[in-house]
Design a protein around this ligand. Structure first.
Ligand code: NAD
Ligand code: UD1
Length: 338
């Protein structure tokens, strides 16, 4: 297939380019490089033997999207482009609404004007809000809620896509709800390169291990979980990338708008992830216990059965592999792509 990948220079996008090349697809990336480096795509080229075509531009710039879709026929769009930091969305809500919502509305409109109706959208487990224990593991039918502007953009865009596909049966949209993507390509050449001090657990751990940060603070050990630390569903970014390739193979057969969880289906605690990371590096990770982080849930993990049923996909890599690969990337690239 000939695929347009918005945000393809980013963390998940660059890994997906490798998996999509391996499956024989052609790729054009549309990215404004607001949170990524073209170096990521050069490295995709080293791994895959092929560099994706890069169009530097904004999904919200109609002239860019229109001329791209005028000039080339695509079979499907994988739409990663957007801002993704929860904390930043609270301090810059307008930027999040404009970039994520307006940008996606322009993309959707140009897609339908060009008769391009196959879409794979990056949604998030954030649309489940703070899950109640009785709803775990989370099925796609679990109640939805948005707790911050970032979450609102994902939930609102899901609603837009549900309404548009109810009104026009031509659409085939897969709403992929990612749980906690971590890790890096096993080559160590590409990985997650967050700007500033990371908020998320795995990049914080790797930056402590490489000496950029002093120590990890575990946010609470008094949660109602077996070891007292929070439980999440971590998913290796290469499994996630392969999930997109599985989605590409099925999108044309799945009419309407279908939410699908991409997670491992099992929960891992913060303390367990730290232990896996210590095993991967062979040395202790400096850490201390701190207070709970406001807004955290004790546990959040997927029921991953729909992905297996509809896409024939499930995760293959465990938390040891996630830690090993995250560490290889960080130790080979202590300052990321810089
Ligand atoms: P990322 O920031 O690494 O990648 C996003 C890419 O989109 C970047 O390359 C950025 O430059 C580009 N971009 C942003 N706004 C753009 C615009 N208006 N026009 C063109 N390009 C634009 O993020 P990621 O971790 O790879 O996430 C990809 C998608 O998956 C995002 O939509 C994110 O919300 C979603 N998601 C991520 C996670 C996660 O933990 N990483 C979890 C759930 C969902
Ligand atoms: C984050 C997002 C959420 C998104 C999800 C998947 C926030 C607030 N939420 O959630 O919207 O759907 O990623 O991408 O960012 N932790 C520590 N110390 C740290 C950092 C984290 O103990 O320095 C703990 C947290 O309390 C949590 C776990 O590690 O229990 C994972 O945290 P994080 O990586 O931020 O992901 P989520 O909170 O699951």
């Amino acid at each position: 297939m000939n695929i347009l990948v918005t945000g393809g220079a980013g963390y998940i996008g660059s890994h997906t380019c490798i998996a999509a090349f391996a499956a024989g697809h052609e790729i054009t990336v549309l990215d404004n490089l607001s949170n990524s480096s073209p170096e990521a795509l050069r490295r995709v080229g080293k791994i895959a033997g092929k560099v994706p075509r890069l169009v530097v531009g904004d999904i919200g710039d109609r002239s860019v999207v229109k001329s791209l879709l005028d000039s080339e026929k695509f079979d499907a769009v994988i739409h990663f482009a957007g801002y993704k930091a929860v904390g930043e969305s609270v301090s810059k809500p307008w930027e999040y609404y404009v970039n994520n919502i307006s940008g996606t509305l322009v993309l959707l409109d140009e897609m339908r004007r060009h008769g391009l109706y196959n879409l794979i959208f990056s949604s998030s487990a954030t649309v489940y809000g703070n899950p109640l224990p009785e709803n775990l593991p989370l099925k796609e039918s679990a109640p939805l809620a948005a707790l911050n502007p970032y979450g609102q953009t994902k939930l609102w865009l899901e609603d837009v896509m549900r309404a548009m596909s109810a009104a026009d049966p031509a659409w085939h949209i897969l709403l992929l709800r990612y749980f906690n993507p971590v890790g890096a390509h096993e080559s160590g050449l590409i990985g997650e390169d967050p700007a500033g001090i990371p908020n998320n657990l795995m990049p914080y751990i790797t930056q402590v291990a490489v000496g950029r940060l002093k120590e990890l603070t575990i946010f609470g050990d008094d949660w109602p979980t077996p070891d007292g630390t929070c439980i999440r569903d971590y998913i290796h970014v290469c499994d996630l990338a392969e999930g997109h390739v599985a989605a590409l193979a099925k999108v044309a057969e799945l009419p309407g708008c279908t939410p699908i969880n991409l997670g491992s289906g099992s929960g891992v605690s913060v303390a367990q992830l730290v232990a896996s990371f210590e095993k991967a590096t062979g040395r202790p990770l400096p850490h201390k216990i701190g207070p709970r982080r406001a807004g955290d849930a004790a546990a959040c993990y997927a029921d991953a059965s729909r992905a297996l049923e509809l896409l024939g996909w499930k995760t293959k890599r465990d938390s040891d592999a996630m830690c090993r690969d995250a560490w290889r990337w960080q130790s080979m690239n202590p300052k990321g792509y810089k």
